[in-house]
Ligand binder design. Structure first.
Ligand code: HEC
Ligand code: HEC
Ligand code: HEC
Length: 135
């Protein structure tokens, strides 16, 4: 009986170790869902990190509804402004578009298997005339 108990304890420990081992191997080999902040402008986001990370889709979709239905335009949660600050520069030193895997939005979405159609219509790199975008 005692033998059985310690055997099952041993198996539990073994299983735990195996899970830990596999877990660390996987995370070492796969890219992490880290936002690409290499060339980001400014020193803080429109919301605290842990908030924007989870809530951004609601901000953006809400913002779209407000703009499209009521004609309200605010800078804070606009998609244009995300794109203007969240620049990722390519090998030529110019901002990449959504076609590049390094693009800010893609840096997480590819990992998280999120597909968005926004950039079929919206520009995925900053406007060449930043002053006009501030409005
Ligand atoms: C004024 C420039 C600016 C604007 C506009 C901006 N961001 Fe940020 N964002 C930053 C900076 C700087 C950081 C890194 C420091 C921080 O998290 O505050 C960041 C961080 C983030 C992060 C990563 C948080 C993490 O987990 O580390 C996400 C996601 C993000 N922004 C999404 C957005 C989205 C979506 C928008 C548009 C609604 C947006 N940002 C608009 C500057 C900006
Ligand atoms: C079929 C084209 C189309 C698609 C797809 C699309 N939009 Fe838009 N969006 C527009 C148009 C047109 C406007 C209004 C014109 C403007 O404000 O630039 C707009 C406005 C917005 C605005 C308010 C203006 C701004 O820059 O903040 C936001 C936010 C927005 N869309 C977010 C999104 C998001 C997020 C997605 C993807 C989930 C998306 N849109 C997909 C066409 C589109
Ligand atoms: C920190 C990682 C990260 C970054 C950077 C990021 N996203 Fe996301 N996004 C996610 C995750 C994870 C989800 C899916 C989870 C969820 O729906 O809440 C998501 C979901 C979304 C959705 C909803 C998709 C759907 O079908 O429901 C939209 C729209 C979106 N993101 C827009 C953007 C845009 C635009 C950018 C770049 C300006 C961006 N995200 C950058 C992690 C990120």
């Amino acid at each position: 009986m005692i033998g059985d108990q310690s055997m099952s304890k041993f198996l539990t420990i073994l299983a735990t170790l195996t899970v830990l081992l596999i877990g660390s191997t996987v995370s070492a080999g796969t890219p992490k869902p880290l936002p690409n902040l290499d060339d980001v402008k400014g020193d803080k986001c429109v919301a605290p990190k842990d908030v924007i990370r989870v809530e951004h889709k609601y901000y953006l979709l809400h913002q779209r509804d407000e703009t499209m239905r009521k004609g309200i335009r605010t800078k804070e949660h606009s998609l244009k402004n995300c794109i203007n600050c969240h620049i990722v520069k390519g090998d030529n030193g110019k901002p990449v578009t959504i076609k590049d895997d390094r693009h800010f939005c893609k840096s997480c979405h590819t990992y998280a298997s999120v597909q968005i159609d926004c950039f079929q219509c919206h520009a995925s790199k900053p406007s060449p005339r930043p002053a006009a975008v501030e409005k």
